[in-house]
Design a protein around this ligand. Structure first.
Ligand SMILES: Cc1ncc(COP(=O)(O)O)c(C=O)c1O
Length: 361
């Protein structure tokens, strides 16, 4: 297959090292060799994202939504509620998951182009004593908007609520400190800023949340955080057949991340997005959001006049670059450029050159 430069927010371009790890060989997931890989991979997730201890993690075979679903259906007690902060497609997804499991919810909906109002969140918590968990997306991939995790974490801590964070497109790309941001449950995936392959995701759980979650009767057999965690921690196994080869790639990708350092990865992404945003301005492309609230990895841009997304996408694809459409109401108005993954400055410069040619054709 022709090499494509992926400028979509996952699955991302990966290194040869990650791809080659798939060839390590066939392995039975009930053998000690797999237990070693599982344990190493879990430890490396913790080393990268919870270096100050106090957290544990369960890896789930399934995309980011699988761990999101596991986290939500495992963390709200019977008769209690989840407060959902919804300002994009993925906030909406949390809400849909809560509905699917018939979990009582309170929702604060915001425009997709705005950050949530901290005072409103606090008022909502104060108004309903049944709220047990507050859920928010870290980086709304819909628009590239960053949500105020530190402020929301401070409020949830103040009021004794669990803070549930979807950081599927945040971990490895954005500033986050689970401890000082008071995150109790955090969801991540292998194939965005961690630069692994699609098929594995994970739940990071504060140690002192384990007991609370253990008291909640399972709503799902497969997607239950406690049963996944117990099996992984106590037996060194996954309860169901894991995607063994994707684990090889995940461990390799975590090694690469730790070698680069999480801060080093963030800096690389920040440098890439600053370069791209500077170039977009020179091409007279208008950003959807002000730069102050943008992530390090996604830039959403209005489609130029007289250009459809399909034409822009197809012309760039012919030249080896994959861009990404807007979602929902933004579908006809915007396109998105992600700079996650194994991308060099040469790749980005080549993309800008091709974008310029396509736009001026
Ligand atoms: C913030 C966020 N949450 C959840 C998901 C869902 O992940 P997946 O598509 O891997 O199920 C995505 C995917 O883009 C995402 O960006």
């Amino acid at each position: 297959m022709k090499k494509m430069i992926l400028l979509n927010p996952g699955p991302v371009c990966t290194s040869e090292r990650v791809k080659n790890s798939l060839l390590k060989g066939d392995l039975c997931h009930r053998e000690s060799e797999f237990s070693t890989i599982l344990s190493n991979t879990r430890n490396k997730i913790l080393q990268a994202f919870a270096p100050n201890k106090g957290y544990t993690t369960a890896i789930i075979t399934g995309s980011g939504t699988a761990s999101l679903e596991a986290g939500i259906c495992s963390s709200v007690s019977e008769g209690r509620k989840i407060l959902i902060i919804n300002n994009g497609v993925y906030g909406e997804r949390i809400s849909r998951i809560a509905s699917a499991y018939k979990i009582n919810k309170v929702e604060l909906k915001y425009d997709w182009l705005e950050q949530p109002d901290i005072n409103q969140i606090e008022d909502a918590i104060l108004q309903d004593t049944k709220i047990e968990v507050v859920a928010m997306v870290h980086h709304e991939t819909t628009t590239g908007l960053l949500n105020p995790i530190h402020e929301v974490g401070a409020i949830t801590k103040k009021h004794g609520k669990a803070f549930f964070l979807d950081s599927v497109s945040g971990l490895g790309g954005e500033e986050i400190d689970l401890v000082t941001d008071n995150v109790d449950i955090c969801i991540g995936t292998a194939n965005k800023c961690i630069q692994g392959l699609p098929g594995l995701s994970f739940v990071l759980l504060k140690q002192n949340e384990v007991q609370r979650l253990r008291s909640i009767p399972p709503r799902s057999l497969y997607l239950n955080v406690i049963s996944q965690l117990d099996e992984q921690e106590q037996k060194g196994e996954c309860p169901f057949t894991p995607s063994v080869h994707t684990f090889y790639a995940f461990e390799e990708a975590l090694d690469e991340l730790l070698e680069e350092s999480v801060q080093g990865r963030l800096n690389r992404y920040k440098k890439a997005s600053s370069y791209l945003r500077g170039q977009f301005k020179q091409l007279d492309l208008e950003l959807l959001l002000p730069e102050e609230i943008l992530s390090n990895t996604i830039t959403a841009l209005y489609l130029p006049r007289n250009m459809t997304y399909a034409r822009l996408h197809d012309s760039l694809k012919e030249r080896g670059f994959i861009i990404y459409a807007g979602q929902g109401e933004l579908n006809k108005k915007i396109f998105r450029i992600a700079n996650m993954g194994e991308l060099t400055m040469d790749d980005l410069e080549a993309f800008i050159k091709n974008l310029h040619e396509v736009l001026s054709a």
